[in-house]
Write a protein that binds this ligand. Structure first.
Ligand SMILES: [Zn+2]
Length: 399
């Protein structure tokens, strides 16, 4: 029987499954069909929660005597956008000039296609790794992410699954394959500052309390001074004011309320709790300042509302995992990858509670765009990197 050793072929079949979140689209069935002949036992738990669509997920394990490696990813994809703008249809996997076009080509059906090809090649050559390999694949990464990786990890852990290391196959390389491994992620936190004033006539400001003045003091305090200068592994913490809302249509009326919303990406100088305390502290101090509110006797009347759950900062410190992956990249592409913590959050932030995790996949340039595509040569290169990693991380030999 022909094993799924060709990553381009694996990817083509996956791209042809229209698995826009929350649709399974045949993508998990395709994985099951590829993994069972490789000796994986496959389960496809469906998770539900009120107010969100039911989501099908996949957990596949090939058991062996030795450590346990988990590959994590998602088969769901973002919508195609303007389909007419695509040079090649988004679910056709057509190849032109050495590139395969399709939604999910790099984010991240391509990474999954390569990992499966790598395992298949390893099994063909060596009979199988000296340990267990599992794939933890969700259909809910690009959507609300409620019935996906978090529940899948808990579900598997409750069955007794334990992992020694994990690779997430998200597209981590900015320009060329081998550029970058992600070894951690900054934390993320969003909030709104609401200032309550007193409405009035713009010509009689002493009778009113303009909340825009108060908000300016508070926003100023959020932006200065800088939170930190960065650490060895992380760029400096950064706060962006993402919206300022007053909603006042009149030019001669002082409004009653003004709101600023912000997002902060914080490094390992902080925890979600300490950065929240710092922000509170800055706002409290700024509320008493008179710079924009001369003559006002009271402090700025404000509320701080945290939005969503915080994403926690993490940094993976597992020399075997990081060094083995780095040297696998270097052996295949001829240069060492940078170890980075840049960019947004990913499902790695959930996996890190269960085992050390790093992220490495394809080149991310076209993800979420019209004409998402991957160089077929990159699929072969990534497969060889993953294969080399499997050999070295488990140690070569027969099961
Ligand atoms: Zn992704």
């Amino acid at each position: 029987m022909k094993l799924p050793t060709d990553p381009a072929q694996n990817l083509a079949v996956l791209i042809r499954c229209p698995s826009v979140t929350p649709a399974e689209g045949g993508a998990l069935q395709t994985l099951e069909d590829m993994l069972e002949p490789l000796g994986f036992s496959v389960e496809r738990p469906v998770f539900s929660e009120d107010g969100t669509p039911d989501i099908e997920n996949l957990y596949a394990r090939r058991s062996g005597n030795g450590p346990h490696l988990m590959f994590a990813g998602h088969t769901d994809v973002v919508p195609v956008g303007d389909e007419a703008a695509w040079t090649h249809p988004p679910f056709a996997a057509e190849i032109a000039n050495g590139e395969m076009y399709g939604r999910g080509a790099v984010d991240m059906k391509g990474g999954i296609a390569c990992f499966i090809a790598a395992v298949a090649r390893h099994i063909e050559k060596n009979g199988g790794p000296k340990g267990s390999v599992s794939l933890l694949i969700t259909g809910d990464e690009e959507g609300p992410a409620i019935n996906g990786t978090v529940k899948l990890l808990d579900w598997a852990a409750a069955k007794g699954e334990r992992w020694d290391a994990s690779i997430v196959g998200e597209p981590t390389n900015p320009d060329a394959l081998g550029d970058m491994i992600k070894i951690g992620r900054r934390g993320s936190l969003s909030g709104s500052v609401i200032v309550n004033g007193r409405q009035g006539h713009a010509a009689y400001p002493h009778l009113a309390d303009n909340p825009v003045r108060g908000l300016m003091s508070l926003v100023d305090a959020l932006l200065h001074p800088v939170f930190d200068k960065g650490t060895r592994d992380f760029q400096p913490t950064n706060l962006e004011v993402t919206s300022i809302d007053v909603g006042n249509p009149a030019t001669n009326v002082i409004p009653a309320r003004a709101t600023a919303t912000f997002n902060i990406r914080f490094n390992d100088t902080w925890t979600a709790e300490t950065i929240q305390a710092e922000i509170h502290n800055r706002l409290d101090q700024a509320a008493g300042r008179k710079k924009y509110r001369p003559g006002k006797k009271t402090a700025v009347d404000y509320e701080l509302v945290w939005r969503d759950r915080p994403s926690h900062v993490f940094l993976t410190r597992d020399d075997k995992l990081i060094d083995t992956l780095s040297s696998s990249v270097a052996a295949v592409v001829g240069k060492s990858p940078s170890l980075s913590t840049s960019g947004g959050t990913s499902d790695a932030r959930f996996i890190k509670d269960f085992c050390p995790v790093v992220e490495f996949g394809l080149v991310g340039k076209t993800m979420h765009m019209v004409d998402e595509r991957v160089a077929v040569a990159d699929l072969e290169t990534l497969t060889r990197i993953y294969e080399r990693f499997i050999e070295d991380w488990f140690g070569q030999g027969l099961t």
